[in-house]
Design a protein. Sequence first.
Length: 249
Amino acid sequence: MTDFDWKDLKKYTSEDYPEHLAILPLRGVVVYPHTAVPLTVGQPRSIRLIEDVQAGNQYIGLVASKDPALENPDPSDLYGIGTIATVHRLFRAPDGTIRLLVQGLDRIKIDDYVETKPYLQATYTRIPELIEDDIEIEALSRNAQEQFEHISELISGIPQEIVSSILELEDPLPTVYSIANFQRIELEDAQELLEIDSTVGKLRKLIGLLVHETEVLEIGQKIQDQARSEIDKVQREYFLREQLKAIQR
């Protein structure tokens, strides 16, 4: 899935969207517009949903469940704002699950659930994003990129090509969503980031999360260094004692 062409993001317009959407509940993850995300579905109703979407318009609504432990959440268990997405690729695994790549397109507000079987279907309203045009948003966007780059230096789990692609982004909104997509964020914070209308507000929220994560990682690194230094000290003292014993013998 690494050969996804980000230019495909421009192929879809709101005029193509269907009147009703099949809603795929997400467990422990929020999918944002302007991002491509791999998902795995295993519940029978979710598999049926994906099969029908593949055979039809290929648009789905992705809405996070408030409780990730629920296997089949009801409409009342889901957040009210999610993302309309399209399915790009699909792979059936030997264990019966389906692995797919979804592309987030726009924010949506769920108006009403019109069907619950064989899977959830709803009417919805597209929510436009507010993108300010001033020097503050540029400064905040750069700061978020710098914070993300620093975090990538503290941990080894983020591929350098992803970091480089995010640093090259000039549009503040994709910058917010792309960083949030690859950054470890609690579910409530991730959902709040999606729901904030202002891009400046999103950036401020994201930077706060990044600063906190940086502090946690730096403290963790310091603790590791101190523990390693203590171990080295103990090992040196043991080695010297053994040398002294050898000399005495």
